[in-house]
Write a new protein. Structure first.
Length: 306
């Protein structure tokens, strides 16, 4: 059975996945990790995504990292196909796949049979141009008129998702919400866990992590190294939290101190959205990311669920 560890940024999903894999190994079951963090799909984006270095993976196989160049536009459907293929391979080897990540739609795309309507590059480019000229808020208001349910689930500042929703509504004449995860059938049985941490310790963890990324972690240096590879031109990668601020610093549009502060502020905003997304999954068991017994609890719960 597939085991799923989801939750907000900074809640300890990565370390918990390693602990769960080792707990399963102690029971005679091998486990392998499959990534469900959208930004960790990009090659070279390591520091700002807190990607676990290969040397620190404790010999546990990891899949679906570094799939795309920084110039490629994120595709949930393409990711789903890669992740499902990896999961099937793990199962065929007799191991336990552990799907780990905080990108809600990516997780749901793997777990559930969602519809992904076709795209129209010309229409999308036109909507993106309108968004750049009018602002994301104006496009979001248009979406709210045409598909209130979808607008209620997409932040008005997320231009990429607002554009995608309007693209689908325009192409199909149907609500975008019809393709979002709402009681869609499961792809295969899964033991689902939602990892969370209380507000105060989580805020401190996020602050410390961001400071390390911007200081000794070398986020600015990493962003500068990725410029020749097209980071500034990437539709998705260039807007990732941390990298967007690093690019602004490199352009002279803000100071490093301002970039760090903006990274922390935007990360916490993402955390609130992630909590709202994963918290509504009534079938997921909540785990405290700071509980030293969380891994054992996840393994025991998985065993009892079959």
């Amino acid at each position: 059975m597939l085991l799923v560890l989801t939750g907000a940024t900074g809640t300890g999903k990565t370390s918990l996945s390693l602990a769960v894999a080792e707990a399963l190994a102690a029971r005679g079951r091998r486990a392998e990790v499959v990534n469900a963090d959208a930004m960790q799909l990009y090659r070279g984006m390591d520091v700002g995504t807190a990607k676990l270095p290969v040397a620190e993976r404790r010999g546990i196989p990891h899949h679906c990292f570094d799939l795309w160049s920084v110039t490629e536009t994120a595709s949930v459907a393409a990711y789903r196909d890669e992740a499902r293929a990896a999961i099937d391979d793990v199962l065929e080897r007799g191991a336990v796949p552990i799907l780990v990540g905080g990108s809600g739609l990516y997780v749901e795309a793997v777990l559930r049979e969602l519809e992904f309507p076709a795209t129209d590059p010309v229409l999308r480019a036109d909507l993106e141009a309108q968004g750049e000229a009018m602002g994301s808020e104006a496009l979001w208001r248009r979406l709210a008129e045409q598909d209130p349910q979808a607008a209620g689930r997409i932040h008005s500042g997320n231009l990429r998702r607002v554009v995608r929703a309007l693209e689908v509504v325009t192409l199909t004449g149907l609500p975008y919400a019809a393709s979002l995860p709402e009681a869609a059938p499961l792809w295969r049985p899964a033991a689902r866990f939602w990892v969370d941490v209380a507000n105060e310790p989580l805020a401190e963890r996020l602050r410390v992590r961001a400071e390390r990324m911007w200081a000794e972690g070398g986020l600015l240096d990493e962003a500068e190294r990725l410029l020749p590879q097209g980071l500034a031109d990437g539709t998705t990668a260039s807007r990732a939290i941390g990298y967007a601020q690093a690019l602004a610093v490199l352009r002279g549009a803000m100071t490093a101190e301002e970039g760090l502060a903006e990274t922390v502020r935007l990360t916490w905003r993402v955390v609130r959205r992630q909590r709202a997304w994963f918290g509504r999954d009534e079938g997921a068991v909540r785990l405290d990311g700071l509980d030293p017994d969380a891994a054992a609890g996840a393994v025991a719960a998985r065993a009892s669920s079959g």
